[in-house]
Design a protein around this ligand. Structure first.
Ligand code: PLP
Length: 295
């Protein structure tokens, strides 16, 4: 019998194969090793991942996450993931996990042991942390230079901007820099002065009565939560747009959020120490809409 906090671990038998006959996964002891010491996911961060929020047993935006897993894998020249096997494993993890209001499932897909030609893949599920404070009181954000121009995806695709790779050491370092500056989170700015994204989130501004986010072509990871927020907003009569945005836009915006799976919409209450307005009612309606997704 699993208790509330027992995570679930499934190891895929053929994460990059096709037409694998069931069972496509093995249930593993969550504390047992799942990869060899020389797995390239571990030694080089050479792989991709997804984190999917699960609300009341429903994996949110699952199709968008699986599509993005395949897109990230293609950008790394990994074998195309067997999305049927991954989808089956996500639902199996949800079935095996004890019922909790909010949990997350992580999909990890690596190139495997060097020279083996066999990718490795596993699925992990555990309860989410409580993000009530961030969702209601808001977060303090610092702007950090990402050091790349907004054209990076086009000029230097080998930098893999816009892929959700396992190499998140830079993203973690940026978050530690935010903490050193007394903030909660980061919003990256391109070397040519455009707002980009957070290390694990997408920025959305309420600007001139519309909801606006930076164009993913600027080397950004297209956010599944942002996409859902735009659907909710459109349903509530808001116009939405993908545009080039600057720190000045952030300052004059009526409201701003960092949005991501698991934490959902966290209103930005200060930027580089300067307080900015929070729209509590709209934040609440966005987070209620996100939590009520049925797919
Ligand atoms: N941008 C980056 C770099 C991310 O790592 C993430 C999520 O981790 C996001 C944006 C937000 O994506 P999603 O809303 O699909 O979680």
């Amino acid at each position: 019998m699993t208790d509330r906090t027992t995570p679930v671990l499934l190891v895929l038998r053929s994460p990059g194969g096709e037409g694998h006959v069931p069972p496509v996964y093995d249930v593993a002891d969550p504390h047992a090793p799942v990869a060899e010491a020389l797995d390239l996911g571990i030694t080089r961060g050479d792989g991709v991942f997804e984190t999917i929020t699960v609300v009341n047993g429903i994996p949110q935006a699952l199709d968008a996450h699986l599509d993005r897993l395949a897109r990230s894998a293609a950008m790394l020249d990994l074998p195309a993931p067997d999305l049927t096997a991954w989808r089956t494993s996500v639902f199996a993890a949800v079935d095996l996990h004890s019922e909790v209001p909010e949990a997350f499932v992580k999909l990890l897909y690596s190139r495997g042991v060097e020279g083996s030609g066999q990718p490795t893949g596993w699925v992990w599920m555990q309860p989410s942390a409580d993000f009530t404070r961030e969702r209601t009181e808001g977060i303090d954000v610092v702007l950090l230079d990402r050091g790349y121009p907004s054209t990076v995806a086009e000029t230097s695709p080998w930098l893999l901007q816009g892929a959700k790779t396992l190499s998140y050491a830079v993203n973690r370092a940026a978050l530690r820099e935010a903490q050193r500056r007394g903030a909660d989170d980061v919003l990256f700015v391109s070397s040519d002065g455009l707002l980009l994204e957070g290390p694990t989130s997408t920025v959305i501004l309420k600007l001139d009565g519309r909801l606006v986010t930076p164009n993913p072509n600027f080397g950004l990871l297209p956010g599944t939560t942002q996409e859902s927020v735009f659907e909710i907003a459109a349903h509530n009569g808001y116009k939405t747009a993908y545009e080039a945005l600057t720190p000045a836009d952030l300052r004059r915006a009526d409201a701003a959020w960092l949005v991501s799976s698991v934490r959902n919409a966290a209103p930005i209450r200060s930027v580089d120490g300067a307080p900015r307005a929070v729209d509590a009612a709209l934040t609440d309606s966005i987070n209620t809409g996100l939590a009520s997704r049925t797919t």
